[in-house]
Design a protein around this ligand. Structure first.
Ligand code: PMP
Length: 359
């Protein structure tokens, strides 16, 4: 935050006049309103937090790719497309909800102190990786400090990326998975409400609304409103809920298909087995027309095929989505099937089960 360090000398002068106040504000020599936390001597310009980061304009408008070679045995009247979400600046679809959650919190004062528009509290959430990377990316770009509870068995690549972006990490019991991280942050937020603002991606409506406002409309435009089936993996369910509600509002005949692991113990990072997990508050079980259960091995095999036959180096949940799209497409004689590829394969390189297989 160059802006903040440049005005630090001025703020020191003002500090002597404001020593008895926890927070004060004044104008700098450019006439700009500056806020100061007098206990930490940190100064903030309102512009620092309200003006968009250049990264924000890069979120969304991702390509929609036709999958041609890999599914050559489907009926010629059926097309399958995948939305390439690793084109987002943080590398995954989770940039969309993370940015929406952060922006709303900055606007409504959730992150502020005594209603002031700068972060007096740290953003806190539980995540198995991508949402954390997105929070850390935009947190760094907007000057919002971020603390994340991550299951200790998250891939080493994810943990290294989160640390590189400056997030504070609390590693939770791996045997309790993402639900253990959720329970941990709920308690921490209750214990220290002044220190943390619990962003709560699982219950925060800004999550699904980001997909209602961006992912859904983009796909509708990219398919010239011809999309007939939409397939998405369930993590928080934000993608399926938001884009799905948008599609149903345009045309109730568009079929929504949810994808989840076939059991509680699985290797589909980012996805949840809903019957055995803590149900996200934003999940609407009545919304999908159908739910497909995917086996980890099938998803792994599909990830390898996508890399080797389509040149698409994607993550494991993309493999699950592609497998589900293929199963569905085999039943159809015409239609435009769209699925989501949430991230790229880089974060899964250390997964030996995934790559050390010739087939
Ligand atoms: N795939 C990956 C790799 C993810 O990180 C996530 C988010 N947990 C999802 C799929 C599911 O997205 P959503 O949270 O919107 O259901």
């Amino acid at each position: 935050m160059v802006e903040t360090s440049l005005i630090f000398v001025e703020s020191k002068i003002a500090l002597s006049f404001a020593a008895f106040f926890f927070v004060c504000w004044f104008f700098n020599f450019n006439g700009e309103k500056i806020f100061m936390n007098t206990s930490t001597q940190t100064t903030y310009s309102i512009k620092t937090f309200t003006s968009p980061s250049p990264l924000e304009s890069l979120v969304g408008n991702t390509p929609l790719l036709p999958l041609r070679r890999i599914f050559s045995d489907i009926h010629p009247g059926v097309q399958i497309f995948a939305k390439a979400e690793w084109f987002n600046p943080g590398g995954s679809i989770k940039d969309r909800p993370a940015l929406a959650i952060l922006r709303r919190a900055l606007t409504d004062g959730s992150l502020g102190l005594d209603g002031l528009p700068f972060p007096g509290r740290r953003l806190l959430d539980s995540t198995s990786g991508n949402m954390g990377i997105a929070y850390a990316t935009f947190g760094a770009a907007l000057g919002v400090p971020v603390t994340l509870a991550v299951p200790a068995n998250a891939s080493p690549e994810r943990i290294a990326i989160l640390r590189s972006l400056g997030a504070d990490l609390i590693l939770t019991d791996p045997s309790e998975g993402s639900d253990g991280a959720i329970r941990f942050v709920r308690e921490l937020a209750l214990c220290d409400p002044e220190g943390y603002w619990y962003a709560n991606q699982y219950d925060n409506p800004a999550n699904w609304q980001s997909h209602y406002n961006t992912t859904g409309p983009e796909i509708y435009t990219q398919t010239a409103s011809q999309v007939t089936h939409f397939i998405a993996g369930l993590g928080t369910s934000g993608t399926l809920t938001g884009a799905g509600r948008f599609f149903k509002a345009q045309n109730p005949d568009i079929q929504l298909v949810a994808v989840q692991p076939d059991g509680p113990f699985h290797g589909l990072e980012g996805l949840k087995h809903m019957p055995s997990a803590i149900q996200p508050g934003i999940f609407d079980p009545a919304l999908p027309d159908r739910t497909l259960a995917i086996d980890t091995e099938q998803a792994h095999k599909m990830v390898r095929s996508l890399a080797r036959q389509e040149g698409l180096f994607v993550g494991i949940s993309s493999g699950a989505a592609a497998w589900a799209a293929y199963q569905l497409a085999l039943e159809l004689t015409n239609g435009v099937v769209v699925t989501i590829f949430p991230d790229a394969g880089y974060k899964y390189l250390s997964d030996k089960n995934l790559w050390n297989n010739p087939k």
